[in-house]
Ligand binder design. Structure first.
Ligand code: SF4
Length: 541
């Protein structure tokens, strides 16, 4: 690590869980005196680095390094929107009203504006979109709160720091949209380090693509009517403008759903399953007309408030996207449709992130370091280096010092329902109850989808009760993540059932956790359009 940093090399390093990867890159970075960007997979891992690991190491090494944390704008309180939310009657329910009251109290004293400071505020709380900004609705320099804006302040602090901690989502989102400060930061650093690098490809693909969704249109319609009624009431029929947009959104959803009436979860549809149909093209054409009409309406009152200029830009982008999706995709891109119960999302994605890293690495000499526990099955770590154009990087594999065969067992139950069979969640729940009963709790059950999570949790609870085992079943979504983890540690005989965010970055030391059950291996299904397109491309090489 130290050599790669000093000589500005590219290094891809794989070392198993618990080996000490984080300290292995942080110590040489802190000692090097070089300016650095560190990116990790999630916001909670970012907090862990910034609040725990970095201050400890900085104190131990006695180095005067200024560190900063930079998250996406959605993590920070937007003072302008908070003021608007206070006056608007749009909050969905009394819980949201109560959450808003808590945010207002906290807003008086916070200096960072990072919503993660509010204990117990659920990341998915419906109040969050009302008090945070997006690239679309931020007023930028026209904002009355620009001078004390938390988003701007976080970026300023990042630019002044020696070491900045970001996350992969922000890294890619910013390179694609240039909205959160990473794009300005990257040219100024001597070293860029990516922890949990195995997630880079998937995260990168999400952000380097383009999307058009019916929900995006509905949000736009809502913002048009809100701005119209607040700043230009009577100057246009805002309800009608919004109504046309909402109708276009509904038509798009219907055209993509085709014969599917009730959709549970999110279905990934192949592009050619829908895109050839006349109703699909008609829906896109109606969307272009609605977005163009909205653009004309807001441009006519542009002088009334800065909000209208932003809304006109959004209308233009929506119209351009709809026109682009009506044309065939380029050969090196893949398209598909994510169809949810209420939303339809058209997605176009590149097949890999090679171009991005080639371009970034060519821009200026700097150290590029990628670490993870799983980056490939050969010494060249080809699985990762191939997809990120890092074939020329130095690779390093560090063996684990832990005696896994003596301390751990992997067990695959024989004669078990297949994951796609209806009895599978209940069987997982029953098995979890049996094992956790023997182990007196101390068990995690991790699911690959949110859909099966309540089914497994219920089956587990029922089976434990039937067996007379007094297990405490803690389920993701019933309390904030941090509270659930603390309760797991504090409560004897507890079992935690979680999905997505519980898969990584969770630290339960000692005997508190004895068994981890996963419902199925988290591989994307082979008929996934992106997986299919990438396999085809690999075969053709
Ligand atoms: S500049 Fe943007 S993010 Fe900052 S307070 Fe204003 S609207 Fe909100």
């Amino acid at each position: 690590m130290a050599v790669a940093i000093a000589e500005r090399q590219s290094l891809v390093a794989e070392a198993g869980t618990g080996v000490g990867k984080t300290f292995a890159y942080l110590v040489p970075l802190l000692l090097s005196g070089r300016r650095a960007l560190v990116s990790t997979a999630t916001k909670s891992l970012q907090d862990q680095l910034f609040l725990r690991d970095l201050p400890r190491l900085r104190d131990a090494l006695k180095v005067p390094v200024r560190i900063a944390l930079l998250k996406g704008r959605g993590s920070y309180l937007c003072l302008h929107r908070l003021a608007e939310a206070r006056d608007s009657a749009q909050l969905p329910d009394r819980f949201a009203v109560r959450a808003l009251a808590r945010i207002e109290v906290w807003a008086q004293g916070t200096s960072s504006g990072d919503l993660a400071e509010i204990d117990g505020l659920d990341e998915r709380s419906p109040v969050i979109p009302f008090v945070t900004s997006t690239r679309d609705n931020c007023l930028g320099q026209d904002c009355p709160r620009f001078r004390d804006c938390h988003v701007i302040k976080a970026r300023r602090e990042a630019m002044a720091a020696d070491l900045v901690v970001v996350n992969h989502h922000l890294f890619f989102a910013d390179l694609a949209l240039r909205d959160s400060g990473v794009a300005e930061l990257l040219p100024t650093v001597d070293a860029a380090v990516f922890d949990e690098a195995h997630q880079l490809v998937e995260t990168g693909l999400q952000f380097l693509g383009s999307f058009l969704s019916s929900n995006q249109l509905i949000d736009f319609a809502r913002d048009v009517v809100a701005a119209g009624l607040s700043h230009a009431r009577g100057l246009a029929d805002w309800t009608q403008v919004a109504g046309t947009l909402e109708r276009a959104a509904r038509e798009l959803r219907l055209a993509t759903a085709g014969p599917l009436r009730e959709v549970k979860g999110v279905l990934k549809l192949r592009w050619d399953e829908r895109a050839g149909r006349p109703e699909f093209h008609e829906a896109l054409a109606a969307l272009v007309t609605a977005a163009d009409a909205a653009r004309d309406a807001v441009l006519a009152v542009e002088d009334s408030a800065p909000d209208f200029t932003r809304l006109a830009d959004r209308a233009r982008r929506l119209s351009q996207l709809a026109q682009a999706f009506a044309q065939p995709a380029a050969v090196d891109r893949v398209r598909w449709i994510d169809l949810g119960p209420r939303d339809a999302r058209l997605v176009e994605s590149p097949l890999h992130i090679r171009d991005l890293f080639t371009e970034q690495r060519a821009a200026a000499p700097r150290a590029w370091i990628f670490t993870s526990a799983t980056l490939g099955s050969d010494d060249k770590l080809s699985w990762f280096t191939d997809s990120a154009a890092l074939e020329d990087a130095t690779t390093l594999r560090v063996d684990s010092p832990f005696d896994y065969p003596a301390h751990a067992r992997t067990w695959v139950p024989p004669r078990f329902p297949k994951p796609n069979e209806p009895g599978h969640p209940a069987a997982v729940g029953a098995l979890a109850a049996r094992l956790a009963g023997r182990l007196q709790g101390r068990t995690f059950v991790l699911t690959t989808t949110l859909r099966v999570l309540p089914l497994i949790a219920q089956a587990l609870t029922d089976a434990a009760q039937a067996a007379g085992d007094h297990l405490v079943v803690l389920v993701q979504g019933t309390h904030p993540k941090r509270t659930l983890l603390q309760r797991f540690l504090d409560t004897p005989r507890s079992v935690l059932v979680g999905s997505a965010s519980f898969w990584e970055g969770i630290d339960v030391p000692g005997d508190a956790l004895q068994c981890v059950i996963i419902d199925k291996l988290p591989f994307p299904p082979p008929h996934d359009p992106l997986v299919q397109a990438r396999s085809k491309e690999l075969e053709s090489r």
